[in-house]
Design a protein around this ligand. Sequence first.
Ligand code: INI
Length: 156
Amino acid sequence: MAPRVLAGHLNGNGLRIGVVVSRFNDFICERLLDGALDCLKRHGVADGDILVARVPGALEIPVTARRLALSKRHDAVVALGCVIRGETSHYEQVCSELARGIAAAALESGRPVTFGVVTTETLMQAIERAGAKGGNRGWDAALAALEMVNLFKSLD
Ligand code: INI
């Protein structure tokens, strides 16, 4: 007998999605937000079912994502931001706190919290991942959120 395989579909009809986006490096973050919103709408998520929460920087993303995920008003949360190494001495610290915090928000809430944060060495690399030749990480994270919500529904 073949194994039973479940995979989430990408239909966003009726799903409620929270989006957390940081303002630091907003030139990049706004492109990520555009990509995420475009993805959600194209997959059937209604405008009224999307909440966008703006935060100052990447370090404020985890606690906000956790709050939205625990509120039970959102089926999933999409985290968007941009950390560029450049001259930042605490780049490693910001990135690791961010990744750890986003994972904790998902584990504590049991809801998908997807990672649409661009972490790069240079501004050019960030541009590439925010709608240029490297795609758009905001779009990718939104799509992952839809897939995960629908997977969880089928697991339930
Ligand atoms: N926040 C970012 O989102 N990206 C960065 O590259 C960054 N750097 O370079 O420092 C950054 N720092 C701000 C931080 O996330 C907090 O907002 C700030 O420390 C206030 O808590």
